[in-house]
Design a protein around this ligand. Structure first.
Ligand code: ACM
Ligand code: ZN
Length: 701
């Protein structure tokens, strides 16, 4: 039962189960009427300088004065339409000017000697703007910097020499759990481009809905793209999880046509962003296996999440799908998922067993490796490279395979040692579906607690050797959308946390200064909100649980704890001293302070005070968080003993269980007449719904 429970949890969202180791409105607008552009100049701008740029450029020297854009100037656009965004801002203004007669100019010039395609130089004086890059990408990045330098007076004079620390600065949006429109994606592309994000990874397929038109397999979009409930949570928990044919009364969902996706690729490309498609395999594929059940081991709809790797038809299907994906998406990297395969049907499937025998493998894990490898080779034979979640790590992956790390950061070293490049998006720092502020004050999220400061603190190079660091392509923030049903909510979760990853990705991890970054981020929140983006109001952030910020003094600090039932290996929180270290858990269940218990459906420890002492109060904090199925206990029991053999129960309190939406922390305590004891036994029974008991710090007074 416990095992099943853990599995159910881990399919839901296991990142929450892991312990961490360790302007200026953007002028990214396209084809806006002149009146609109000019209206922006009347907004109250803060004084600008290098200290306002986000991400921070590698080198910037700000000077006095501005290049006035309300006075005549001409555009020498040798780079053609390269710097589309900035050009679009200037062009309507310039068009009004008798530009032939002016000495003032904006000039684009090529310099092939710059260190990377995205590197650029900017020289802005009162009479000229010189933009130097190798080509389109560099001009795009320069344009974004210029956008951030526009004030009511014009563009602040400066010299900027800039290039990115990491080549991959990504954001993933899960469009399966909830469907988001093309217009929404365009709006995000505009916003993300401002921060020099250069990859938008679309999680296009999952149990909750298939989102890309595939011409050879029409049921993927006529059936598997639609489900019976709009809210993922209702659908997932209703015990049925049925799909519904497109156009039928309850059908919720949607998909993108290939034409729409081609146009979206162009739109993103023009803004310096590459769309990276993800097609899940071999798991997270309930929707495919309901539309095409012959691709599962038992051929029954609604029964399995994993493809049958023993069936050639699986490979035909996946190759046909990937062929259409490659026809639509120019991205070099094609993401094949690869995460969280349960593999439950494979040991019993005659086809899978026959393949294992043929391949000479004795564990089903080898079937996943075989399938992933085969798909990687297929992509490679079409001039593309495979990208997958860190479960794909294996020997002999095709040359050029990249691994997207989402579990422990230790997976990066593991992947690199197998010869892969890595993109780092570990759940503990990069999963933007976690709460960003005190959960009791927030709209429902999946759980956890990942404030801006923690994202900013992330160092993607941690624990890697200098040689290994060279294989880190970059960083990515992932917005899973199980608990993100609306576009507003998606924006709220993305911004401003994405800005921290943009800063790390562009500026590197060399010199961090959170106070400085936060000031720039707060300013950008204003900018985003003026653009109509529903960013989290950073200025009103409440922050970490106050109790977690101060050590707590009590009689049991440093005391030995005996576990009658062990903490779960994922939730040891640093080991046997965690409950008596004087540090209380914060808002995140995975902050390394909370211990999690599921075995025997209870928490049961004995604290040894070392000597008989007077005890009059015993208190423990408990967490409740619906997403990861952590619930307040249904009973709290305290017993005391002088010898560790004979215990006297002093308190037994029962609590009604309730599935509250927002995570919270509750203190359960006993306070009574002082009693002499050396041993204090504390027990808590799991909720009426089962689930986990999460506790921290047994405070004894
Ligand atoms: C993942 O979060 N399962 C990649
Ligand atoms: Zn099979």
């Amino acid at each position: 039962m416990d095992g099943q429970h853990s599995v159910a949890l881990s399919r839901l969202k296991p990142h929450l189960l892991l312990i961490p180791k360790g302007s200026n409105i953007s002028f990214v607008f396209m084809k806006r009427p002149l009146s609109y552009i000019l209206a922006l100049f009347t907004l109250p701008f803060a004084p600008l300088g290098a200290q306002t740029l986000l991400p921070k450029p590698q080198q910037a020297v700000m000077q006095k004065g501005s290049f006035r854009i309300d006075k005549p100037f001409r555009i020498d656009n040798a780079a053609g339409n390269a710097a589309l965004n900035f050009y679009d801002v200037l062009q309507p203004t310039a068009a009004r000017m008798p530009h032939a007669s002016t000495h003032r100019y904006v000039r684009y010039q090529f310099d092939k000697s710059l260190p990377s395609a995205e590197a650029y130089r900017l020289q802005v004086s009162a009479d000229s703007i010189l933009i130097t890059a190798k080509g389109h990408e560099g001009f795009m990045r320069a344009a974004q910097t210029l956008n951030q330098l526009v004030t009511r007076r014009g563009i602040t004079c400066c010299t900027v020499t800039d290039s990115p620390a990491f080549a991959w600065r990504g954001v993933m949006i899960d469009v399966s759990r909830h469907f988001f429109s093309i217009d929404f994606l365009k709006k995000q592309i505009d916003a993300l481009a401002r921060y020099k994000i250069n990859r938008l990874h679309l999680h296009l397929t999952d149990a909750a809905g298939w989102r890309m038109e595939i011409k050879r397999y029409p049921l993927l979009t006529s059936l598997a793209a639609w489900r019976t409930d709009s809210l993922w949570k209702t659908w997932w928990n209703n015990g049925q999880r049925h799909y519904a044919a497109e156009g039928t009364p309850r059908a919720y969902g949607g998909y993108y046509t290939q034409d729409e996706l081609r146009a979206l690729n162009d739109y993103a490309q023009q803004r310096g962003i590459t769309l990276v498609p993800e097609i899940e395999m071999p798991a997270h594929s309930e929707e495919v296996l309901t539309a095409y059940p012959e691709l599962s081991c038992t051929h029954e709809p609604y029964k399995q999440a994993d493809f049958c790797p023993g069936n050639e038809a699986t490979y035909t299907f996946l190759e046909n799908v990937l062929t259409e994906v490659m026809e639509v998406f120019p991205s070099t990297y094609i993401h094949v998922g690869g995460d969280e395969a349960g593999k439950a049907s494979w040991p019993k499937c005659p086809r899978c067993q026959a393949l294992m025998q043929k391949l000479g493998i004795d564990h089903v894990d080898g079937l996943q490796t075989y399938l992933i490898n085969r798909m990687g080779k297929f992509l490679q034979s079409h001039g593309r490279q495979m990208l997958g979640w860190d479960e794909i790590i294996a020997d002999s992956l095709p040359q050029g395979t990249a691994v997207m790390v989402w579990r422990g950061t230790d997976k990066a070293g593991e992947a690199i040692r197998k010869g892969c490049d890595v993109v780092l998006s570990p759940g503990a720092y990069c999963y933007l579906d976690s709460y960003q502020d005190a959960p009791p004050t927030q709209p429902e999220a999946i759980g956890g607690y990942l404030p801006l400061q923690k994202v900013y603190a992330y160092d993607p190079l941690q624990n890697l050797t200098p040689d290994e660091c060279k294989r880190v392509k970059g960083v990515q923030g992932n917005l899973w959308t199980e608990y993100v049903p609306t576009p507003e909510q998606a924006e709220y979760m993305l911004y401003p946390r994405v800005l921290a990853l943009a800063e790390i990705g562009w500026n590197g991890t060399g010199q961090k200064d959170y106070a400085d970054f936060r000031q720039r981020a707060e300013r950008e929140v204003d900018v985003l909100q003026r653009k109509g983006i529903h960013a989290f109001d950073l200025k009103n952030e409440r922050g970490e649980r106050p109790e977690a910020l101060q050590p707590v003094k009590h009689k049991a600090v440093g005391a030995k704890v005996q576990y009658n039932l062990p903490a779960h290996p994922y939730y040891l929180a640093g080991g046997d001293g965690a409950l008596t270290d004087g540090l209380r858990g914060g808002w995140a269940n995975n902050d390394g302070r909370w211990q999690g218990f599921i075995k025997g459906k209870r928490f049961d420890v004995v604290v040894d005070l070392g000597s008989v002492q007077s005890v009059s109060r015993v208190a423990c904090d408990f967490m409740q968080s619906y997403g990861p199925e952590i619930f307040f206990p249904s009973a709290f029991i305290v017993s005391v003993s002088a010898d560790g053999q004979q215990f006297t129960e002093v308190a037994r309190t029962s609590y009604e269980s309730a599935k509250t939406v927002l995570p919270d922390v509750r203190t359960c305590s006993w306070k009574g007449t002082a009693t002499e004891a050396r041993y204090v036994r504390v027990q808590a029974e799991s909720s009426a719904f089962g689930g986990w008991v999460f506790t921290d710090e047994v405070v004894i007074e």
